[in-house]
Design a protein around this ligand. Sequence first.
Ligand SMILES: *[C@@H]1O[C@H](CO)[C@@H](O)[C@H](O)[C@H]1NC(C)=O
Ligand SMILES: *[C@@H]1O[C@H](CO)[C@@H](O)[C@H](O)[C@H]1NC(C)=O
Ligand SMILES: *[C@@H]1O[C@H](CO)[C@@H](O)[C@H](O)[C@H]1NC(C)=O
Length: 429
Amino acid sequence: MQLRFSPSMRSITISSTNGFLDLMKIKVAARYISYRTFFHFILFAAIFLPFFFIPAAMVTLERINANKCSSLDCLTGRRWGPGFLGGADDSARLVRELYKVLDQVNLEEIPDGDGMKAPESFNELLLDMKNNQYDAKTFAIRLKSTIENMDREIRKSRLAEQMHKHFAASAIPKGIHCLSLRLTDEYSSNAHARKQLTPPELLPLLSNNSHHHFIVATDNILAASVVVNSVLKSSSKPDKIVFHVITDRKTYAGMHSWFALHSVSPAVIEVKGIHQFDWLTRENVPVLEAIESHKGGVNLSDTPRFLASKLQARSPKYISILNHLRIYLPELFPNLNKVVFLDDDVVIQRDLSPLWDIDLGGKVNGAVETCKGEDGWVMSKHFKTYFNFSHPLIAKNLDPSECAWAYGMNIFDLAAWRKLASETPIIVG
Ligand SMILES: *[C@@H]1O[C@H](CO)[C@@H](O)[C@H](O)[C@H]1NC(C)=O
Ligand SMILES: *[C@@H]1O[C@H](CO)[C@@H](O)[C@H](O)[C@H]1NC(C)=O
Ligand SMILES: *[C@@H]1O[C@H](CO)[C@@H](O)[C@H](O)[C@H]1NC(C)=O
């Protein structure tokens, strides 16, 4: 920028270094020019001139890039006027075009089988664009598939996160694991922990049908203890209670130690490992194989509700044979007629003695239904929630809309069950 004073000091000319911006010519009478006026003028120039130069520089760059127009004349010819405004028009039009194409592509299905892998990140998309000079439509399609790809990845990792949380939550906590180990150790080192749980004189009670028999099947010692103690605490007739705790081989010693060291008197208790039931063999228990072949991956199109039930079905608790033992109760307890089966995640808060007075009217199982109630999440379970009705045997024998039931607490009439089983062959699917 130059500031030129005419020799007579009658005019001041401001120009850019290149001389093309000839914006201001101020004529002043030399003799009236005071230092004060001069100072104000300089200040004005310093503040406002940059605003003229910046747009000019932008226009220059734009032209150089767009039209390979490097001569300054090219710029001077169009400065401020139509050229500059025309640039704004162009970009607005471009944006409008882009919106239109994006909108169009949004409604279309992205061709899947065109052999082009969608970019997985913004950087990949940029690289892709540089290498392939796409037209607007293809660009929009690539953009859309990139975003969809990223979206899918996010959903995938959210699902994975949920899975990991679920497995972490359903794994055996270290404290409980340690408890089990210490009790097992106790079993081998402490004679008290090994003592017979049912004194010989009380053994007949284990199969005396005038007593109240509770069955708990679990590998969680603490849970078993909670169930047993809550039943006892709430019971009006604890001396009539007989507990049958069934556990797996690895927990047997620990479970036995716990109840040997923590008396349930005046009730009676026995602890049995599944290895102690001769009847439980692979031939008799087809469910053992079904359990082992149980599979099912995570599916991105699963609804959260479906995923939840899938996760539940896959958790160790449900895959364990202990969870399926109730199917074999008539065979496992051939001398008992009526039993209450308790899940290991219940805490009993009421006297359960009246359950033994219920007349099941020849039915096998009494339970709480899980389709009638306020809670839409818990109380929405029908047969179709649990059974695969594509299977012809299931479709033929069961009604998909029939109410399912909770098995936290079930009363079984084993005598009625044996009778029914002898009349109708059990379906094994
Ligand atoms: C079952 O127990 C009751 C009392 O608890 C007793 O009177 C009855 O004799 C017992 N029955 C058998 C078969 O031992
Ligand atoms: C996921 O579920 C959808 C619909 O529910 C089904 O079409 C698709 O085959 C499933 N994918 C896998 C891997 O199971
Ligand atoms: C349901 O049963 C049908 C017929 O037996 C079978 O083809 C299908 O794989 C089963 N679906 C599931 C999810 O097990």
